[in-house]
Design a protein around this ligand. Structure first.
Ligand SMILES: C[S@@+](CC[C@H](N)C(=O)[O-])C[C@H]1O[C@@H](n2cnc3c(N)ncnc32)[C@H](O)[C@@H]1O
Length: 218
């Protein structure tokens, strides 16, 4: 994620929403992510009533939670993303919006949410220390569950990325981590890995992990 993208302006949010999941491949990815999330929500069950979507982007997953009767807080660094996420619900009052910087201490008390969902953000964090800081904050403010998406290291994808960068097809630098690295970072943040879902096995490096809080680590 480069600096230009961090503070998405209103017109950029509109353009992003219009274009991001337009292509067939991206629609397939979005559909698969939704299916995995539905499975996870079945597992976490009814204990998850208050959900924090962080970062929420334009609210791609808002409906998923609202349709199941959960209360939703949508957070993002970009005010305009938060605003758009709120607009995506049938009634504005259904979603609370909070502008936050995930890289800093989060403005929520310990054990504030039953479930946190963080999709498509972790792979932009290149420093292990920073990832651990973020995970500790997620663990602190959650009572039980964290859904975290990350890119899992895989030789094929590393090669593919290198090649794409060479022919200048990809501007974003994605940080892929191994399952071992994820486990270490998750566990030192007071969480455990319950299950990891792969989007399309070897074809896609994106993974979604269900994490459970074990303790609060200060
Ligand atoms: C790739 S989008 C993912 C949004 C959403 N989770 C999804 O999957 O559709 C990344 C989002 O992270 C937000 N973002 C970037 N840096 C951030 C930060 N430091 N704190 C909070 N949000 C941030 C951006 O504004 C953007 O909306």
């Amino acid at each position: 994620m480069n600096n230009r993208n961090v503070g998405f302006q209103k017109h950029e949010v509109e353009e992003y929403e219009r274009k991001r999941y337009r292509g067939l491949d991206q629609r397939l990815v979005h559909g698969r992510e939704l299916r995995i999330l539905k499975k996870i929500i079945k597992k976490t069950g009814k204990d998850s009533t208050l959900v924090l979507d962080i970062p929420c982007g334009y609210g791609r997953f808002s409906e998923l939670f609202l349709d199941r009767g959960f209360s939703l807080v949508s957070s993002d660094l970009s005010f305009h993303m938060v605003n758009r996420a709120r607009e995506s619900s049938k009634e504005l009052a259904q979603i609370f919006g909070v502008v936050v910087d995930i890289k800093k201490e989060l403005p929520f008390k310990q054990d504030s949410f039953d479930l946190l969902i963080s999709m498509r953000f972790f792979h932009h964090i290149h420093s292990g220390k920073e990832r651990e800081f973020i995970l500790k904050e997620f663990s602190r403010i959650s009572t039980k569950w964290v859904i975290l998406s990350y890119y899992q290291k895989n030789f094929l994808h590393l090669l593919q990325r290198k090649f794409r960068r060479k022919i200048k097809k990809s501007r974003t630098q994605i940080k892929m981590i191994s399952r071992k690295e994820l486990k270490k970072e998750v566990e030192s943040s007071g969480l455990n890995i319950v299950q990891v879902f792969s989007l399309f096995k070897v074809l896609h490096a994106h993974h979604i992990a269900l994490l459970k809080k074990v303790k609060t680590v200060s």
